[in-house]
Design a protein around this ligand. Structure first.
Ligand SMILES: *Cc1c(COP(=O)(O)O)cnc(C)c1O
Length: 341
């Protein structure tokens, strides 16, 4: 076995077929043992629940090489728990959490030649998902499901340094109150595509969604949570029942408090408060933190004092500490790093 001949640092964020994927099928009320397969194609009925009524949920995590050469993943137990929460909300039978972790380990092991070497900035993205596979035409949950995991090597999120981005306040909502904003479901992404294409056409990098009920509070973007830094260096993240609970955001809050000794607040954030913050960032697995330099709201600009050239200083410290923990340069809290080999 030898690492694949890939230009790791030149990779983008796209699908690259790897050798093995995991599949487990749910039939007659239970999940089977599951297996690895070479076949990247899925054959399902034309009337499958996922195709007709979008009955599918997913997760996203990364496997990567640490400074001492181990292949690891970061807090996969939280992905297992979140997938269960997402599944329950869409009447999908949850995949057992311990088996989820085993399946992640097996799939990464089977594709270890695609795990980028330390120092390239690249990682092996791991995508677990569940979907209704049996025919459904009257509206009800499917009777059969597949749980799958594929992997794809992805390049460094920031090529040539993390430049702050510009986001705009969207005129559309991402999630309804008491809806599905808090689960990781493809349906939340399907309805955001129109807005993101439009944002890009207008020259913006991302959409900021406000709370759908009052449109006065900050929620998140299409795929990342917000984090703000106040003048007195408190780390503030928005709280709402329609925000997806980002594992990166939860980890950063812990790091802020226990590694950097900063004050942290997880609370409602009024849009009107934004002008008083020093720094802003987006957090998620892909980038860990993307710095935000500017927010555009219908002709009005909110420019963060950290500017458009670099990550703000506190954001940068958070970023360096969490990526240091992930890469094995800084000691991790108990249970955060799952060593695969
Ligand atoms: C996946 C996701 C995030 C980021 O979550 P992480 O666990 O940090 O990767 C944030 N918002 C939405 C809507 C998401 O789907």
């Amino acid at each position: 076995m030898a690492k694949k001949n890939i230009d790791w640092s030149g990779l983008g964020f796209g699908y690259v077929k790897t050798d093995k994927r995991f599949v487990s099928e749910y039939k007659n009320g239970h999940w089977d043992e599951g297996r690895l397969t070479d076949d990247e194609k899925i054959v399902i009925n034309e009337c499958a629940g996922v195709l007709q009524y979008a009955q599918t949920v997913f997760e996203g995590l990364k496997a990567y090489t640490t400074v001492d050469g181990h292949i690891v993943t970061f807090r996969p137990d939280l992905n297992a728990a979140r997938l269960e929460d997402s599944a329950k909300r869409l009447e999908i039978p949850p995949y057992p959490q311990d088996k989820f972790i085993d399946a992640v380990v097996k799939t990464v092991e089977a594709n270890q030649d695609y795990v980028p070497p330390y120092g390239t900035g690249a990682t092996l993205y791991v995508r677990p998902y569940i979907f209704g596979s049996s025919p459904v035409i009257g509206v009800k949950p499917a009777e059969e499901y597949q749980f799958r995991i594929f992997t794809t090597p992805v390049g460094p999120y920031f090529k040539g340094g993390a430049k702050p981005i510009t986001i705009r306040v969207s005129d559309y909502d991402r999630a309804a109150p008491h809806g599905t904003g808090h689960i990781k479901a493809g349906l939340n992404y399907a309805m955001s595509l129109y807005q993101i294409v439009d944002a890009h056409n207008q020259g913006f990098d991302e959409n900021m969604y406000l709370d759908p009920a009052t449109r006065t509070k900050v929620e998140e973007t299409g795929g990342a949570n917000f984090l703000f830094i106040t003048k007195d260096k408190t780390v503030v993240t928005p709280k709402s029942s329609s925000i997806l609970p980002s594992i990166t955001r939860r980890s950063l809050m812990y790091v802020a408090e226990h590694y950097l000794g900063l004050k942290v607040e997880h609370r409602e954030v009024a849009f009107e408060e934004l002008k008083d913050f020093e720094e802003c960032g987006l957090c998620g697995t892909a980038a860990v933190i993307s710095p935000v330099g500017k927010i555009y709201d219908h002709g009005r600009e909110i420019c963060f004092p950290s500017g458009m050239d670099d990550m703000g200083p506190v954001t940068k410290e958070l970023y360096e500490t969490l990526t240091g923990i992930q890469m094995g340069r800084i000691e991790a809290p108990e249970g955060w790093i799952k060593v695969i080999k």
